[in-house]
Write a new protein. Structure first.
Length: 304
């Protein structure tokens, strides 16, 4: 089930629906009119709403929720929360102290459009806001599940997840990593938030079982890895206009990547293998999980 399958039109329509839905919810959560006389909220909206984005992580929340029978109205809050965490990470990753990028999603990065201090504060505020959303009544679930969701997102964002992976990534510049070391790094930097997105959607269901969560967690591990492999491939093969960020930036910064270790064709093969494994973990789930299956195919076939 890859992108040339007959299921693609239905999936792209579904993905567009998810994108529009989370965009509407984000627009309400981050109003245009600031309450104070500074540009912080403007910078937050610039990074979350104004620049578009594929909204893959919110789509994962919605798709996993649907696979476990959750109403979409309940999924809006966790979908917004993971997109805010993702946006905060991009703002900070682009800073001069980290990747020092000038272009993100086809336009100036936050610190270029505003300034470094505002960009740092915008990232900080988005991270805090994500947890505020989960902690508030916006998530219509019982307090026990709410606490588990907050804990899950915190771990995925911190030293055991995304931030820890970024620290390893920065330390790896100019170094030679083994394939296992590269995988370990990306399971934290990229995979942890992807896994959290899948599990947050499923955890909104009062009927979800531990076995369901285990299978979905394994599925998420696979698509998290295939997502990063495809990102590394696109950094080599796609043009800057398509990517929305400078082509070859990983190579320029001497970052270890899958193509640099395995080569392009072996990297593509590994991504497809992760896709096949992901589908295997969903075999016991019914047709409600079809969007998750199609999402996995999209990840390894996307062009940006």
């Amino acid at each position: 089930m890859l992108m040339n399958s007959p299921h693609l039109p239905a999936f792209t329509t579904r993905l567009k629906h998810y994108q529009q839905r989370v965009d509407r919810a984000l627009d309400v959560i981050l109003p245009e009119t600031p309450t104070h006389g500074h540009s912080l909220l403007e910078a937050m909206r610039y990074s979350v709403i104004g620049g578009g984005g594929k909204r893959i992580r919110p789509a994962m929340v919605y798709a996993a929720g649907e696979a476990t029978g959750v109403d979409q109205d309940i999924l809006d809050a966790p979908a917004c929360a993971v997109e805010m965490i993702h946006a905060y990470s991009l703002i900070h990753d682009d800073l001069p102290a980290m990747d020092d990028d000038d272009l993100r999603r086809g336009r100036s990065t936050c610190h270029k459009a505003f300034d470094e201090a505002t960009a740092i504060l915008a990232g900080d505020a988005l991270q805090a806001h994500a947890f505020e959303i989960l902690a508030s009544g916006a998530v219509q679930i019982d307090d026990s599940h709410r606490l588990q969701m907050i804990l899950l997102l915190a771990r995925a964002s911190g030293s055991e997840g995304m931030a820890g992976g970024q620290a390893i990534d920065l330390a790896a510049v100019g170094q030679t990593l083994s394939l296992q070391q590269l995988e370990d790094m990306h399971r934290l930097k990229t995979g942890a938030l992807i896994k959290a997105s899948i599990l947050l959607g499923a955890m909104c269901s009062p009927d979800v079982t531990d076995d369901d969560l285990a299978l979905l967690g394994h599925f998420a591990d696979c698509i998290g890895l295939s997502f990063q492999i495809q990102d590394d491939i696109l950094d080599v093969t796609a043009d800057t206009e398509t990517l929305g960020k400078p082509r070859g930036s990983d190579l320029k910064m001497q970052k270890p990547t899958y193509p640099s270790i395995l080569g392009l064709e072996a990297s593509r093969k590994l991504a497809r293998e992760q896709h096949r494994q992901a589908l295997a973990y969903l075999e016991s789930l019914d047709q409600r999980a079809d969007t998750l299956r199609q999402l996995s195919a999209y990840i390894v076939e996307r062009e940006y």
